[in-house]
Design a protein around this ligand. Structure first.
Ligand code: NAG
Ligand code: NAG
Ligand code: NAG
Ligand code: NAG
Ligand code: NAG
Ligand code: NAG
Ligand code: NAG
Ligand code: NAG
Ligand code: NAG
Ligand code: NAG
Length: 846
């Protein structure tokens, strides 16, 4: 309805006295004495937001709220009567009452909600009071003179919108709070609130019924230091204090046209949504807390937290021990840690012999004091060592200045990337420190070594870029116009990461190309069959020769990836940063339209399965080489599981994914494919099952549950295959065993494990080591994930002289009964499967 109804009094009265059945829309303003019926809405001038009655989910209750008008679905950003719903919309109304207040009336015309603004204006201006819905999503009650009497931005519910102020009244310590809904269908006040720290530290908190649940860390002028911020945040937030008004607040200014909203959600997560321009859908771009380590005070005082994606563990800072070791070992870390040795200054007040231990890259603890007058690191250290009640200090000249802690240190966390955090210097007694400093020294040596290595790598990269990159650059502009995205990690990573960490971001500047689609197509002879190296569930692999003569393996991904281009690119960049001698090196990628291509280093000896299962070639692998392969795979896995920053569960470890270099050293390939294919790595449960039957652990095959221990299972199978030189699938319906696990268990149990070992490599000298490997493999393939060792335990067990091994449990999943048991169980879960050697990617119905 385009006509301005307020210029048509007749129509107006008609509208108010009849009850239209269909929802009709009014303009963006109503004035005193007017109202909006249950089926009418008000729309902001540009049509961004709409105000009216709505029913969340299938609650059957009616609330007055504001939602996005132009987007599909109804995303509510504000609710008036959240705690007092109206049960029948017909007859209910939102009225600008004669006293100038906004009220919600139920069908019996009883007020259920009021804006409660105290109107102290004269009769003249009262009559010109209006209610207007702005295009920012703000609902404003204005007096005739343009003054604001009341606005919804000052009374938010659960959504923070650009233009709002996340504020704190510094005189009263009263923060503007965002309160979660009770459930997705119930807007009434839930357990979680978000707001500024009433103590004035400028930190944002999430509270669970008043108890801190998450904390953003202090504001350093650019970002919140207790959290990893993407450029979205770096550009958007600003902190201001207005002493004359006694108010401090954050504002957020979006840096481009994408809509953004921050929501304190019913489940205790703060989620940030951004609207994707093309699809007009909301995408979650950030959420906190993302893991247990980010939960406030998870490890108590003086505890620090680590999370490998599956388990959270707390440990005490150096020089501290658990307050209650029984609680601690039971996984209740809340009581935290206590000093092993009292500080000298606590015994002798005139002494300042205590020293400091440095925790690098830390999320700084809560309750800091800012020493605004201190302008040097030594001054900051001096201030802390001269005051016995000071527990720690942190100093950064450029932003946080000198921070001192006079309280017990709580909520500490070491970031994965040290540059995300700050060095925390914790005061320790000299005796605790001596033990620490030796290690510090060796760490310095390692650090210097790493730095030199890095420098060398940069020089090499630069040289390569200089040599090859400049040629490709010429065609870059042209390609770009064709909407190609081509990237090469060694050049790209630098710019991509600098944009994430905010040194400099220029959209579009992005890539230093090395691999264009044309280049790859030419290198592989247009993906000719003669260059094909193999194929798997993720796509075909070709051999290619780059213009410089370098040989590469080119993986042309099948098109079923669940990921968008941007995500794909990001994953590749992250994965290309993983470097280990037992992982195949990812050199880069190429994206054009539907084509997604990964470029790997080329390994002449191809994959393990091509050799070990080939009767003529398997002799190339004597026991020493095979043991080296087993060990190398374990080390590669250890890196993926524990030591890399991404903590990757491979999920598809198998002989054909182990490549061998010219010296028969193993390199794991296809790692990170689960990430690239868009399956969530941080969850233990997935709808998308990626894997190969025969290598899949029972819990993963049957329930879609996976963890690092599922990889250990696959590793166990792989070890048995290497020892026997026979495919798991070749045991199918033979020798009374369903598969290699059942067969191995049977022989091992009958003390005939020697018969398992490939006859071509049997010899007296290697037997004890090989039998130990059988034993370890049986430990790895136990049915229950919790019974299996993790990969670093496996590596320890493989070392000689590591003592007796635990007894494996009999595998029930495979060992007994007929073949049919396993098959039907699996077949029920999946629509179909045919072979044991093809990777299966399938969405599981649940
Ligand atoms: C809502 O109110 C209208 C009119 O007052 C009435 O006809 C209708 O039955 C009511 N609906 C419910 C579900 O109570
Ligand atoms: C308005 O005041 C009434 C009575 O004091 C109170 O019950 C109600 O919660 C207030 N409404 C709001 C939105 O603050
Ligand atoms: C406003 O008008 C009412 C009657 O309409 C009158 O009783 C009241 O005194 C007036 N108030 C002011 C401030 O003029
Ligand atoms: C802060 O609270 C005081 C006391 O309630 C009040 O007088 C003052 O106006 C408030 N300041 C702001 C900016 O709301
Ligand atoms: C304010 O700080 C004190 C200690 O300085 C602390 O005990 C209290 O919990 C803090 N309040 C909040 C709401 O964080
Ligand atoms: C806005 O920026 C974000 C992140 O920087 C980006 O994902 C989004 O596509 C941009 N939107 C527009 C309309 O440019
Ligand atoms: C809110 O707290 C209550 C207990 O106080 C609990 O039963 C409920 O599950 C909590 N709700 C959420 C969403 O966590
Ligand atoms: C953990 O220990 C604290 C006492 O230090 C106790 O109050 C709390 O209930 C314990 N939590 C659990 C989950 O056992
Ligand atoms: C305390 O420390 C000071 C300075 O190190 C020293 O001179 C003094 O003897 C100490 N006092 C005691 C009781 O140890
Ligand atoms: C020592 O530190 C505490 C806590 O930071 C502070 O309250 C106190 O004023 C300091 N004492 C001196 C003498 O600076």
């Amino acid at each position: 309805m385009d006509t301005n109804i307020f210029s048509l009094p007749v129509l107006l009265s008609l509208l108010f006295f009849s009850q239209p059945i269909h929802r009709s829309s009014a303009s963006d303003t109503i004035s005193i004495g007017q109202s909006l019926s249950g089926s009418q809405t008000m729309i902001a001038k540009e049509g961004n937001f709409e105000l009216g009655f709505f029913t969340p989910g299938n609650s059957g209750n009616y609330y007055v709220g504001i939602w996005y008008k132009k987007l599909p679905g109804q995303t509510v950003v504000w609710v008036a009567n959240r705690d007092n719903p109206v049960s029948n919309a017909s007859g209910a109304e939102l009225r600008l009452s004669d006293d100038g207040n906004l009220v919600v009336l139920n069908s019996f015309k009883v007020p259920v909600w009021s804006s409660n603004s105290t109107i102290s204006t004269s009769n003249a201006s009262l009559s010109s009071t209006t209610l207007q819905l702005l295009d920012t999503g703000n609902l404003v009650l204005q007096d005739g003179g343009g003054g604001t009497l009341w606005q919804s931005f000052d009374h938010p519910t659960h959504t923070f919108l650009p233009g709002m102020k996340l504020s704190l009244n510094t005189t009263t310590g009263k923060a503007l709070l965002f309160t979660s809904w009770k459930s997705p269908d119930d807007p009434s006040a839930g357990n979680y609130t978000l707001g500024l720290d009433p103590n004035g530290s400028a930190q944002i908190f999430i509270w669970d019924r008043g108890v801190p649940r998450w904390r953003s860390g202090q504001w350093n002028g650019h970002r919140f230091i207790g959290t990893v911020m993407r450029s979205l945040y770096i550009y958007g937030f600003d902190y201001e204090t207005d002493e004359s008004q006694g108010i401090a607040y954050y504002t957020y200014t979006p840096h481009n046209a994408s809509l953004v909203r921050f929501v304190m959600e019913w489940d205790g997560m703060e989620r940030t949504f951004m609207q994707v321009q093309e699809t007009r859908q909301w995408e979650i771009v950030w959420g906190q807390p993302i893991n247990q380590c980010e939960v406030y005070g998870m490890c108590g005082v003086y505890g620090t937290c680590s999370d490998d994606g599956t388990t959270t563990t707390c440990s005490c800072l150096r020089g501290f021990e658990p307050r209650s070791s029984t609680e601690w070992s039971d996984g209740n870390w809340t009581s935290g840690c206590a000093r092993k040795t009292p500080l000298l200054c606590q015994l002798n007040s005139s002494s300042n012999e205590d020293g400091f231990f440095t925790l690098p890259g830390a999320k700084l603890p809560d309750h800091s004091d800012w020493a605004s007058t201190i302008g040097s690191e030594s001054g900051c250290q001096e201030a802390c060592s001269s005051n016995c009640s000071c527990r720690a200090y942190a100093y950064a000249a450029s932003d946080i200045g000198c921070l001192l802690w006079g309280h017990d240190l709580i909520d500490i966390y070491q970031f994965e990337f040290p540059q995300d955090g700050y060095d925390l210097h914790v005061k320790l007694a000299a005796s605790d420190l001596d033990a620490a400093s030796d290690k510090t020294k060796s760490r310095v040596i390692v650090a210097v070594g790493c730095a030199l290595g890095l420098l060398l790598a940069i020089i090499i990269c630069f040289f390569l870029w200089w040599k090859y990159g400049s040629r490709a650059k010429v065609s870059w502009k042209k390609k770009r116009q064709q909407e190609n995205t081509v990237l090469h990690p060694s050049g790209e990573v630098v710019s991509e990461f600098s944009s994430i960490y905010g040194e400099e971001t220029q959209e579009g500047k992005a890539s230093e190309p090395l691999f264009t689609f044309d280049c790859i197509a030419t290198a592989t002879g247009y993906f000719s069959d003669s260059n094909k190296l193999g194929e798997g569930g993720f796509g075909h692999v070709y051999k290619g020769t780059l213009p410089g003569g370098q040989e590469v393996a080119v993986k042309r991904l099948s098109r079923s990836s669940g990921q968008g281009l941007e995500e794909f690119k990001n994953e590749v960049i992250l994965i290309a940063k993983l470097q280990h001698r037992n992982l195949v090196k990812l050199l880069g990628c190429c994206i054009q339209g539907e084509e997604k291509i990964l470029i790997y280093e080329y390994l002449p000896n191809k994959s393990l399965d091509a050799i070990i299962f080939d009767t003529s070639k398997k002799e190339l692998l004597d026991w020493k080489k095979r043991f080296n392969i087993i060990e190398g795979i374990a080390r590669g896995l250890l890196y993926l599981h524990r030591d890399s920053r991404l903590r990757i569960v491979h999920r598809d470890l198998k002989a054909s994914n182990i490549l061998l270099d010219e010296n028969m050293n193993p390199k794991i390939s296809d790692f990170g494919m689960a990430r690239i294919f868009g399956a969530d790595e941080n969850q233990g449960n997935t709808n998308r099952v990626v894997g190969t039957f025969g290598y899949m652990s029972p819990e993963y095959a049957m329930e879609g549950l996976f963890s690092v221990r599922s990889d250990v299972y696959s590793f166990g199978i792989l070890v048995l295959e290497i020892l026997t030189a026979r495919r798991n699938s070749s045991f199918h319906r033979m020798e009374n065993a369903v598969n290699i696990v059942g067969y191995a268990w049977q022989l091992w149990n009958e003390d005939r494990a020697v018969e398992l070992i490939d006859p071509t490599i049997r010899s007296a000298s290697m037997m004890s080591q090989a039998l130990r490997c059988v034993h370890i493999a049986l430990l790895c393939v136990q049915d229950r994930a919790s019974d299996r060792p993790d990969i670093d335990a496996v590596i320890r067990m493989m070392g000689s002289g590591s003592g007796p091994l635990p007894m494996p449990r009999q595998p029930m999943f495979v060992a007994v009964g007929s073949t049919d048991v396993t098959e039907t169980k699996i077949a029920n879960k999946y629509e179909s499967f045919s072979t044991y050697d093809v990777t299966i990617t399938m969405v599981q119905g649940r």
